[in-house]
Design a protein around this ligand. Structure first.
Ligand SMILES: Nc1ncnc2c1ncn2[C@@H]1O[C@H](COP(=O)(O)OP(=O)(O)OP(=O)(O)O)[C@@H](O)[C@H]1O
Length: 549
């Protein structure tokens, strides 16, 4: 007898989250999958709260919407659930016979290539651990493949691998899937797949709030909405193709279960931030899923602000105001760290003060940038360099604006003596080496690294050693709920799994010069005010950073 979405959701909620007895097996995962996962990730002992709820939901085969804090183990739990699924085989449409050939079982859609490679590395670790046990374990290519548009790699090589050896899980960016589908649709028989996961759904499927005409930003929202209607984005187009039958049935207003009489893959969508307008689009406008057939997995109830749990409880949020050559704490900042107990003290003690690391600029970088003006504010970069030197024990992340040059920022920082590298998960020798580093942190401590990336690359990325996130040139255009979500997703790279961390946002006072109130009190520049409003909305106050008093 099949259970309703509500029954399954409420049953999973009844599982007490703090019982140590909950095991991954008790959630329905096969012992072989769990054994390999434990061998690959010894730190992962018990499922997180989010996983306790999402794994049985995904295994039930129903559609699922997952929303919980950044770093609560959503993506990891989703991958485990997909690895657990039985391998799909092609069905001959005419005879109905199942062919020996294996088919892609699940599609895991992610917003960018680095996240695709991160998930792939997780599967690879589990697969390597599994191959140490039973003989004849399938190769990694048949378990997982990555399909992304990569400047260096032509899509054809990905296509050839898909044709010859369709993987159990295809981890891909939406554009790459669309390109392959247009070129060779038979390689991606979507309707036969068991599951389609869309991670970071709010990033991939843009929706606008429904506002009344009286709202201040109504016109802006209308304009944006019209643009979205003309250019819905590739993920929407892709989901329209995969769930064409469901859409058709919705349009015809038929009441049957969405999967009958046609088979369509289970749809699982996930993000730390799912606003009301997105869920209402998913359930009532898109035709891809319906609320009554979907298990909704929410995180633990938030007690303070709606997002107060995001980014971790032990994360400090600092705001530095760059005004000319002067860098100071935002006026509202108050110390949350007792004097003398600062991270920097720990860092210097651990690293051994006075062991300078030589940082070079490559000949290639020199010839590309030497003598050319930098687009970055040198004082802001210097504030990052100083904080990095004093406070970062092993790995930090610098997030720059979307269209900025990562390579140029790396060059500027290396010229200041900072061991900066471009985040590049696909290339494990560089930024990616910091992934999956559990336990042995000595090599990173000996040579602390500043990973540099643009905003688009931060979604979902997980670096166990990361302690600091620097954000530069964050504000562009008007403030909205999306700006808050974006800050939370970037900040959420630290403070994962109870670890602490610090987020340092550099705001500039210049063209958006601070305004003085009538009583002569300085309120701070526009960007300061925006930053304060973000922190207020997430229930945080700025932490004073002693170096910038
Ligand atoms: N049960 C667990 N116990 C301990 N660590 C875990 C557990 N599950 C996952 N992790 C680790 O936690 C980290 C974060 O996991 P993951 O990226 O899945 O979180 P997320 O909720 O998807 O985050 P985001 O919303 O930022 O994408 C990873 O390093 C992962 O290995």
């Amino acid at each position: 007898m099949s259970r309703s979405a509500e029954e399954i959701a409420s049953a999973s909620k009844q599982i007490p989250s703090d019982l140590p007895a909950i095991t991954f097996e008790s959630l329905g995962l096969r012992q072989s999958v769990v054994k390999a996962m434990h061998a690959a990730f010894p730190n992962v002992q018990h499922p997180t709260d989010a996983q306790t709820r999402l794994i049985p939901a995904v295994l039930s085969g129903m559609d699922v919407l997952v929303t919980d804090d950044t770093g609560s183990g959503k993506s990891f739990g989703l991958l485990l659930s997909l690895l657990n699924e039985p391998r799909l085989r092609y069905r001959n449409k005419e005879t109905g016979l199942v062919r020996e050939n294996l088919s892609i079982t699940s599609l895991f859609i992610v917003p960018h290539r680095d996240l695709a490679y991160q998930l792939y590395h997780w599967v690879q670790c589990i697969s390597d651990a599994a191959s140490n046990t039973p003989p004849g374990t399938p190769s990694i290519a048949s378990i997982a493949q990555v399909l992304v548009r990569d400047g260096k790699m032509h899509l054809d090589s990905g296509l050839a691998a898909l044709r010859s050896n369709p993987p159990h899980i295809l981890i891909a960016t939406p554009q790459a899937v669309m390109d392959v589908y247009r070129q060779e649709p038979e390689t991606l028989p979507f309707v036969d797949f068991s599951t389609v996961v869309v991670d970071e759904i709010d990033y991939l499927v843009e929706t606008m709030p429904h506002k009344s005409e009286e709202t201040t930003y109504w016109k802006t929202i209308q304009k944006r909405q019209a643009k979205l209607t003309r250019h819905p984005g590739v993920t929407k187009e892709l989901l329209d193709i995969i769930y064409a039958q469901r859409k058709k049935m919705c349009e015809e207003n038929r009441q049957e279960l969405v999967n009958e009489p046609y088979h369509t893959p289970q749809l699982v969508v996930s993000s730390a931030s799912v606003r009301k307008h997105l869920s209402s689009h998913l359930f009532y406008e898109s035709g891809w899923m319906r609320k009554k057939d979907t298990i909704i997995v929410h995180g633990s109830p938030k007690t303070v602000a709606p997002h107060s749990g995001l980014g971790g409880k032990d994360v400090k949020h600092s705001v530095l105001v760059v005004s000319g050559a002067k860098v100071t704490n935002i006026e509202e900042a108050t110390p949350t760290t007792p004097e003398g107990d600062h991270d920097a003290t720990k860092k210097l003690a651990e690293n051994g003060e006075g062991q300078p690391v030589v940082v070079n600029v490559s000949a290639e970088q020199r010839s590309a940038y030497e003598g050319k003006p930098s687009p970055f504010n040198p004082n802001a970069l210097e504030a990052v360099a100083v904080t990095f030197a004093l406070d970062v024990p092993s790995v930090a992340l610098l997030v720059i604006r979307p269209e900025a040059s990562v390579q140029r920022a790396v060059y500027d920082l290396r010229s200041m003596g900072v061991n900066a590298v471009a985040l590049d998960v696909a290339n494990m020798e560089r930024g990616g080496a910091h992934l999956l580093n559990y336990g042995d942190t000595s090599k990173f401590k000996a040579n602390p690294t500043l990973l540099v990336c643009t905003r688009a690359m931060t979604r979902g990325i997980d670096f166990p050693e990361l302690t600091h996130v620097f954000i530069m040139e964050f504000f562009q255009g008007k403030m909205s709920g999306q700006t808050v979500d974006e800050y939370l997703h970037i900040a959420g790279r630290v403070g994962r799994f109870g670890r602490g961390g610090r987020v340092i946002t550099l705001v500039e006072r210049g063209s958006v010069a601070g305004t003085d109130t009538k009583d002569g009190r300085r309120t701070g520049g526009k960007e300061d005010a925006k930053m304060m409003s973000i922190l207020k909305s997430i229930g945080c106050s700025p932490d004073r950073f002693e170096y910038f008093d």
